[in-house]
Design a protein around this ligand. Structure first.
Ligand code: MG
Length: 389
């Protein structure tokens, strides 16, 4: 029996993870859950999985939740950063699923690492912001970090049984998102509701906007660099609109190993939970005869400059990726509120990056300070970009 704690249980990854756990109740038990504000879904999850501890964003939501739950369930309700830390480090957990949205996931994930928990990492922002520190701490604590992101799960599987020294190239596939086939000059007028319509994957709003701008792929390049300790220039992004090949590894002898599957996040989640074993799938299997064909294209960096910004920040290292991530989070929030245009997002992020005084080997405080600085700067720059002005 593996005891699981989930940071971010009401998001898309959390919900899918609980679905995997529900289908495999003889192997997994939920000991702790955390959410932000969605207490009605959290309440349903508490009834179903009876965790020992849950945590929410603040006292107000904790009080509301307290009134909703059955006191006989014996679930303790916590809130705020202390609450998240408790969910991350709870004694009973063997593994923590890190699935909060954005930079908020960094500190709880660090807490899980320091408590010696194995981690199923879905929160890529943690790796983007502080990859060097995360990887170093994981080694020091002897814990395993397993990728949940479908591309990284694919690469992890393609690397299995092979020598790291024999890697020639990593090919990270991208769906291309909802704007793959629209003209570049139409991008300035796209609305959040268009960007939120992803062709292949059902996900939360932050990652769906990131997919539309291809920043998601940029963040994934930086994530892959840390996860697999490969030079960023050995990681190549290719558009594969069918989203069936989840990524590939090319070896020095010319062999390319790919991982394929239907685009369903429950597959990489299940693999991270059960590794090295595999769980029997409950959904439909891949039918290549139905898929019929695979296409591949080179990403258009003029149309999607966010991908280039991410490569540059990842190459520079230090505090640059944390600044990229923070500026992007501000940009996405403003775009969802229609305060900036879709095409303003990379401009905003680029400006913030260009005025950042980078620290080469930051500690966690430097990273948090870079994050704070970048948010403040991004908001200032956005004021003069505002679509209403
Ligand atoms: Mg992904």
């Amino acid at each position: 029996m593996k005891n699981i704690s989930i940071l971010g249980s009401t998001g898309s990854i959390g919900v899918n993870a609980l679905d995997v756990i529900k289908s495999n109740q003889s192997r997994f038990r939920v000991v702790a859950l955390s959410a932000c504000r969605n207490i009605s879904l959290l309440n349903t999850q508490i009834k179903q999985f009876r965790p020992k501890v849950v945590s929410v964003v603040d006292k107000e939501h904790a009080r509301k939740l307290e009134k909703m739950i059955d006191p006989a369930a014996g679930t303790q309700i916590l809130f705020g950063s202390d609450g998240y830390r408790e969910v991350a480090a709870i004694k009973e957990a063997n593994m923590v699923i890190s699935a909060m949205v954005g930079s908020a996931g960094l500190i709880p994930t660090m807490a899980a690492l320091e408590a010696g928990k194995d981690i199923a990492l879905a929160n890529k922002e943690t790796m983007v912001m502080a990859g060097d520190i995360i990887v170093k701490n994981a080694k020091k604590m002897g814990v395993t970090i397993l990728p949940v992101d479908s591309e990284h799960s694919a690469i992890f599987q393609c690397l299995s049984g092979n020598r790291h020294a024999d890697i020639n190239r990593i090919i990270l596939t991208a769906s291309g998102g909802p704007f793959l086939n629209i003209a570049q000059d139409e991008l300035a007028n796209v609305k959040p509701e268009h960007a939120l319509r992803h062709p292949n994957w059902q996900m939360g709003p932050k990652i769906t906007i990131d997919s539309a701008s291809m920043m998601n792929k940029g963040l994934e390049v930086i994530e892959a660099k840390h996860f697999f300790s490969v030079d960023i220039d050995r990681i190549e992004v290719q558009i594969h609109p069918q989203s069936i090949i989840h990524s590939m590894v090319e070896y020095v002898d010319g062999s390319v190993i790919a991982q394929l599957g239907v685009p369903d996040m429950r597959i990489p989640i299940a693999y991270a939970l059960s590794y090295p074993e595999r769980l029997r799938r409950t959904g439909p299997f891949l039918d290549l005869l139905k898929v019929g064909r695979f296409d591949f294209f080179c990403p258009d960096l003029k149309k999607f400059p966010s991908l280039k910004l991410a490569y540059d920040a990842g190459r520079a290292g230090g505090t640059m990726p944390a600044v990229l991530n923070a500026a992007n989070e501000v940009a996405v929030t403003l775009f969802l509120k229609e305060a900036v245009r879709f095409t303003d997002m990379p401009k905003l992020i680029g400006e913030v990056l260009s005025c950042h005084q980078m620290k080469g080997t930051p500690d966690i405080h430097d990273i948090l300070e870079a994050d704070r600085w970048a948010r403040e700067r991004a908001n200032k720059i956005a004021e003069r970009m505002s679509v209403t002005s």
